[in-house]
Ligand binder design. Structure first.
Ligand code: UT7
Length: 330
């Protein structure tokens, strides 16, 4: 049996934050942000709106599209690096907010690659016959945790909030569905893109001191991440294509994690994917980490860019480092 996407939807908060809005807070410019990242605006939550709330909106829309209700879902997978709480995870919060029965709920902690990891897990759980209908959510609320001073500008101008959700169901062996996934990690680079605090490596009594030192803000070695990302994106696409016996020219739609327009453009060029076969929406939403692929896929599907029978490839890279790709027959 093949696992297929029966519904794909997204939700972004209403508040639009432009590059000009950020110019007021730190030493940056619209020109710099557009040239280095392609981003023009992004969405931020209102205070009190959490990652599980964004996920809830996207999940409801994906369920509607699939013609299912929360009672039909067997299992929840929730990918995020910005959960409402350190614990419990967002999966259980979503189970309660949706009003699902007491089904299992798993949080995935692989950052920008979270949706691809989650999709691969959902695919395996469905093909093994363990579950028949899985709700997969990728959602982030990063605006609450960024450093909006010049010191934090490299990350503050990129990262943003949003959510995407997919309903994965059991389908026919030769029908539409997930063909293969590849997943990778390389922990030696964990500190190239990370958030140190809160941590369990120091007693909680030291937390105030660590926060005063700014160690609760995410940190990124942008150049290093950029270099690895462009290489790993290309490798993962080629690896998943090889697994299914397909070629680069067979890809009808490439949906890369929306990290930076320069990264997507470089990857597309190396893979000889022309703009008509590439999904880019980072200019409107920024980098929404685990939410970026489902948001991009949801928009592309709504625009009719994925037609029945098309080979759609999702590819991601991020903190960990983690990276991976999934090939889907649409
Ligand atoms: O989500 C997956 C993981 N994340 C990524 O894939 C992100 C990967 N990295 C990037 O996208 C890019 O490295 C950035 C957009 C973060 C930075 O672009 P860059 O072209 O690599 O710039 P840089 O880090 O080499 O910095 C160039 C200059 C520096 O100034 P100096 O040292 O040359 O004087 C930075 O301080 O740009 C400065 N800079 C900024 N200037 C204005 C860094 N951030 C900003 C900013 N506004 N927001």
């Amino acid at each position: 049996m093949r696992a297929k996407i029966a519904g794909i939807a997204h939700y972004v908060p209403e508040r639009v934050v432009t590059n000009h809005d950020l110019e007021v807070l730190m030493d940056t410019s619209d020109a710099w942000i557009v040239e280095r990242t392609g981003i023009r605006e992004r969405r931020y939550v209102r205070e009190g709106q959490g990652t599980s709330d964004l996920g809830l909106e996207a999940a409801r829309a994906a369920l509607d599209q699939a013609g299912l209700t929360p009672a039909d879902i067997d299992f929840i997978i929730f990918a995020t690096l910005s959960p409402d709480y350190m614990f419990p995870g967002c999966g259980v919060l979503l189970q309660q907010k949706l009003g699902c029965p007491t089904i299992g709920a798993l949080d995935v902690r692989t950052q920008c690659t979270g949706f691809v990891y989650g999709l691969s897990m959902a695919d395996a759980l469905i093909r093994s016959g363990t579950y028949r209908r899985i709700l997969l959510v990728g959602a982030e609320t990063q605006s609450m945790g960024l450093n909006f001073t010049t010191e934090g500008r490299d990350m503050a101008v990129i990262f943003a909030d949003g959510a995407g959700a997919a309903v994965i169901v059991a389908g026919d062996d030769d029908g539409p569905g997930i063909l293969a996934s590849v997943l990778h990690s390389e922990g030696q680079y964990a500190k190239e893109l990370w958030m140190e605090v809160p941590t369990c490596l120091a007693p909680s009594t030291r937390m105030t001191e660590m926060i005063a030192e700014g160690r609760h803000f995410p940190q990124m070695n942008g150049r290093e991440v950029f270099k690895h990302a462009t290489r790993r994106f290309v490798e993962a696409v080629d690896e998943v294509l090889e697994k299914i016996g397909a070629k680069r020219e067979d890809i009808a739609l490439l949906v890369p994690h929306q990290a930076n327009k320069r990264i997507s453009d470089a990857v597309a060029e190396r893979l000889s994917i022309e703009p008509a076969r590439l999904v880019v929406n980072v200019q409107r939403y920024g980098n929404t980490t685990a939410a970026s692929i489902p948001i991009a896929l949801s928009e592309a599907v709504a625009e009719g860019r994925a037609r029945p029978g098309d080979l759609v490839v999702l590819v991601a890279f991020g903190s960990g480092f983690t990276w991976g790709a999934t090939a889907i027959r649409w």
